[in-house]
Design a protein around this ligand. Sequence first.
Ligand SMILES: Cc1ncc(COP(=O)(O)O)c(C=O)c1O
Length: 389
Amino acid sequence: MNNFDMPALRKGTACIKWDFQEADFGRTGLLPFSIADADYRTYQPIIDALKQRVDNGVIGYTDLNEEYFSAVKGWCSRRHGWTPESSWIVPVGGIVPAMSTAIEVLTEPGAGVIVQPPVYDPFYSIIEASGRKILKNDLLKTDDGYRMDLAGLEKLAENGASMLLLCSPHNPVCRVWTYEELKALADICRRYGIIVVSDEIHWDLILGDRPHVTMGTFPELYDQLIVCTSCSKTFNLAGLETSNLIIPGARIREQYQAYLYARYLFVPNTLGLEAVKAAYKDGDDWVDRQCAYLRKNAQIVKDFLEEKLPEVRLADVEGTYLLWLDMTAFGLSSDELVSRIAEAGAGLNSGVHYGEAYDGFVRMNVACPEQQLTEGLNCILKALKGAES
Ligand SMILES: Cc1ncc(COP(=O)(O)O)c(C=O)c1O
């Protein structure tokens, strides 16, 4: 049996997606397709490396060594054609807290921070929590899928925005941005001195034909760029809270690090470091196989919808495992859709969380064994065919 076909034992492990459903759905016992982690086991050499480290019997303070730097740089270089210098690598815990720190450290209170809705909802809350202003540059919805509104971006830039939170690939619309789109964005941000925090947490999960282009491709932006990378989605290690920011520009990097040092926020997670080394050392083949599996899962959803629920429109799946479903044809709000689908047994995310204009949309995580996916699709069918009558 394919590793990805085997359900991991998650229920009963205090797993957010399986064991804490009450808060999101008002009920329990659902097949979950919500929070962004995967329901299959990670790459076995990571598990072996963790076991070996635990067997040492002491999980003391640890720091980054040359082996760590070369593993991270090797991955960036092999998988993304970009080789950062070791000194640019800043280890952090989660990407969201790290982005939140970037806002606090690199912008002034009240400054404008651009986001491009519909987008991963914590982008909004971290801006608000820091007392900065959310500047929305909504994606354009065209017949050919979602596009960045570069004219809108330029307008916000002209009006004095300080920072842009880029989601690349974009959660939840599954876009893998083109070189041209990113180059244009880089040009605008460089001209207006806007710091780009590029959240590339999904950069290894490319399901369409177009390769991911990291913002590290644009040296003209290096003085004002943070690239956020992690093994957490790629290798299903979110609970280890170990990620790497890559900050090429010395000035903003030193500012960022000074903030961390002053608050003693610089001690890495010992087990997280082991996992990153094992993953990046030679996890390439596992990630390629995972992407093939996710591609197949996305196709299963597409075929199912085309055959049984043609009213639902699925955004082209270029990257991420978080599918974006337009269910507006049913005339229900996102919350009503989520609630009806939950009644039928499956947990999906409400689209309106990602942008006010997306009521009637839902997000579905397909990083799960095929059998679970098929059961979930049948729950959606039951919920929507019931909703129509
Ligand atoms: C775009 C994006 N950024 C960040 C995160 C979360 O990162 P972390 O758990 O490292 O804070 C997610 C998780 O879904 C995500 O989709």
